[in-house]
Write a protein that binds this ligand. Structure first.
Ligand SMILES: Cc1cc2nc3c(=O)[nH]c(=O)nc-3n(C[C@H](O)[C@H](O)[C@H](O)COP(=O)(O)OP(=O)(O)OC[C@H]3O[C@@H](n4cnc5c(N)ncnc54)[C@H](O)[C@@H]3O)c2cc1C
Length: 616
């Protein structure tokens, strides 16, 4: 098998000649016109009409979700995507021939369970591959073999693993999980409805006021939340389960988690550094923050608030890569009758004399009229590029300009001809995947200080010398992603500033130097990794902005700091998906509840737009 892949690797290597960089790969990719570059589902056969009830700008997963709900409700909807593939940051792309990469996002958990069910995504082809174990942190140590920390869904095994480092931490872990689980369950109802419109409270007729009060219900649910079954289940491992726990009673402790640096919270629970650093990665992932930054706790919650097949906090791979999820949503939408088009870049929103959105104009000059326009593009593209500034309140424009989009992420997609063999858990002779190969593998994660140091370098404009690396090998569970015996490796790395110090640019040299540094780090944990590399696709923050339209390369369309969430996302008074332009709605990650492959913004925005449509 290894020989099969080896021969393939030699052929590819001969073509690549040298390890290739992202821009070169992109040109090659486009010039080859690989499959997937054109739509293959029902809607593709339709011709773009000149009029719809609703137009969605962008076919990110949120735009597709919004379209599916609108069309399901009988609103004739078209989706217009500027790239050649659907899915936005949830795409599968064959960047190296024969290797299918989840080119940007790569793990699924956050997608709202209602969306699976209501859009019947399983029927439309979605297959999820859950991971257990899910987290592996190998250490660099002067002992043979070095230790590692493997975490999964079996609490007793987790405790054994943690006990290698601290008995005390092993005992505390179930209670910590229960505590975080309780908080996540409490916040859950807030995700599936628009934030409370405080301006509307107390306005209008008595009936209207009562209706407006209904919007407070999710908040009240969160505040009066009772301990869910799952938390009680986890708590049964502890010596003192807190029965009937309510967010109300726990509010001061939960408030602290939301506002404190995650390092402070983790120090309260644990003493062992590998455990704290592993947990802290969820608090900084995608964010230009350190574990010592106040408010990092919320980012951690955001990353554990999902569920997979009913299991809270579980993350899995989508069979066929993340693009297969977008395809399933697109199938659902087209099955209801929506029309979806790739390579249709919108250049501006059409406005009527009354200032209402009336449709969109495409870059090729085509105009498409509609009563509703939903934008899945970032708030910055939507309001600073697609709408004339004079049509928007000045303070709104200023707020959008001020959204913090700093991003630390460089994603590197790597094609390899064999599985990495870690010093802490060497491969078997047959080279077959071992349990840890399906995990998120955390490198340079020996302690939280390392993460902070990596962050500090980036704040001075330098890519980290020992970056935080989350290495995933989706082909360990989904072998169809790569030729036999070969694998796709996803490297989610930080910290890389989008603007480098001393006026340096992210040119080929800088980009390759950083990727080489990342590969050197991996080599320390898994000797032989560098020799296994067939090709690589390096996506620095400017690349993420250029290719995917993510402002500043920010993977969430804007930071997930407390000042940019809920009431304030994307701007205070405009968090309910409506915008200052009547008929124009935001339906992507720049709106509540933010980034990640959740679909919540798309679903909530469709509901708001639908309500308005019915009263037109
Ligand atoms: C490297 C990386 C790794 C990530 N990893 C994960 C992960 O593992 N799990 C997870 O849950 N989340 C992850 N995320 C975050 C997640 O992918 C995003 O938050 C989410 O996919 C955004 O979805 P969206 O639909 O809101 O917007 P997008 O996916 O950004 O979609 C917006 C769409 O609008 C299109 N568009 C923009 N302007 C125009 C225009 N003028 N005309 C037409 N179309 C236009 C864009 O091309 C794009 O397709 C990751 C993100 C990145 C970048």
């Amino acid at each position: 098998m290894a020989r099969h892949c080896g021969a393939m690797a030699t052929r590819i290597q001969a073509r690549l000649n040298t390890v290739c960089s992202s821009r070169w790969l992109q040109d090659w990719h486009l010039s080859l016109g690989l499959s997937g570059a054109r739509l293959t589902h029902a809607g593709a056969a339709e011709r773009l009409q000149r009029e719809y009830d609703a137009v969605v700008i962008g076919a990110g997963h949120n735009g597709l979700v919004a379209a599916a709900y609108l069309q399901q409700a009988g609103v004739r909807t078209a989706v217009l995507e500027k790239r050649h593939v659907l899915g936005g940051a949830a795409v599968t792309e064959e960047i190296v021939p024969g290797f299918k990469f989840s080119r940007a996002s790569y793990l699924l958990s956050l997608l709202r369970p209602q969306i699976y069910a209501e859009l019947e995504l399983q029927r439309h082809g979605l297959r999820v591959l859950p991971r257990d174990p899910y987290s592996f942190t190998p250490l660099l140590e002067d002992r043979s073999p070095p230790r590692s920390l493997l975490l999964g869904h079996n609490m007793a095994q987790n405790q054994q693993q943690i006990a290698q480092f601290s008995q005390k931490d092993a005992q505390a872990y179930p209670e910590y999980e229960a505590f975080m689980g309780g908080m996540v369950s409490a916040l859950d109802p807030l995700l599936d409805s628009p934030p409370v419109d405080t301006a509307a409270l107390g306005k209008g007729s008595l009936l209207q006021q009562l209706r407006n009060l209904r919007a407070l219900w999710p908040l009240l649910q969160a505040a009066g939340h009772q301990q869910p079954a799952l938390v009680q289940q986890c708590s049964s491992h502890t010596t003192s389960p807190p029965p009937g726990l309510a967010l109300g009673q726990q509010l001061p402790r939960y408030y602290e988690v939301l506002t404190a640096p995650i390092s402070k919270i983790l120090d309260q629970w644990f003493e062992s550094e590998p455990l704290k650093a592993t947990l802290a990665t969820d608090a900084v992932i995608g964010a230009m923050t350190s574990p010592h930054t106040p408010g990092s706790g919320y980012v951690l919650l955001h990353h554990v608030m999902g569920e997979l097949e009913g299991r809270r906090g579980a993350w899995g791979y989508v069979a066929g890569g993340m693009g297969a999820l977008s395809q399933a949503i697109a199938h659902a939408a087209t099955a209801w009758g929506a029309h979806i088009f790739a390579e249709k870049a919108v250049c501006h929103v059409l406005l009527g004399r009354d200032g209402r959105a009336q449709g969109v104009a495409l870059q090729d000059g085509t105009e498409v009229r509609s009563k509703l326009v939903l934008s899945n593009a970032s708030p910055q593209i939507t309001f600073l590029e697609l709408v004339p500034q004079r049509q928007l309140p000045k303070d709104f424009v200023q707020r959008i300009r001020q959204v913090d989009t700093r991003s630390p992420v460089t994603k590197i997609n790597v094609a390899v001809d064999r599985l990495p063999s870690f010093l802490a858990a060497p491969n078997a002779r047959d080279g077959q995947p071992l349990p840890h190969h399906q995990c998120s593998i955390h490198l340079n994660c020996e302690n939280t200080h390392l993460l902070h140091q990596a962050f500090t370098e980036a704040t001075h404009g330098h890519p980290s010398n020992r970056p935080m690396i989350e290495l995933c090998i989706p082909s360990a569970l989904d072998p169809g992603l790569a030729p036999q015996g070969c694998h796709v490796v996803s490297l989610f790395t930080q910290y890389t500033p989008s603007v480098l110090a001393d006026g340096q640019s992210w040119d080929e040299q800088a980009r390759n130097a950083y990727a080489d540094r990342v590969f050197d780090c991996i080599e320390d944990y898994a000797p032989g990794f560098k020799a296994s590399v067939i090709g690589r696709d390096i996506l620095t923050p400017p690349d993420l902005e250029r290719i995917f339209g993510l402002p500043g390369g920010n993977i969430f369309h804007g930071g997930m700091s407390l000042d940019q969430l809920y009431f304030a996302r994307p701007a205070p008074s405009y968090s309910g998906y409506r915008s200052p332009i009547p008929g124009l709605y935001l339906c992507g990650s720049g709106a509540h509840p933010g980034g990640g492959v959740m679909g919540a913004a798309g679903r909530n925005a469709a509901q708001v737009a639908l309500k308005d449509f019915r009263s037109l």
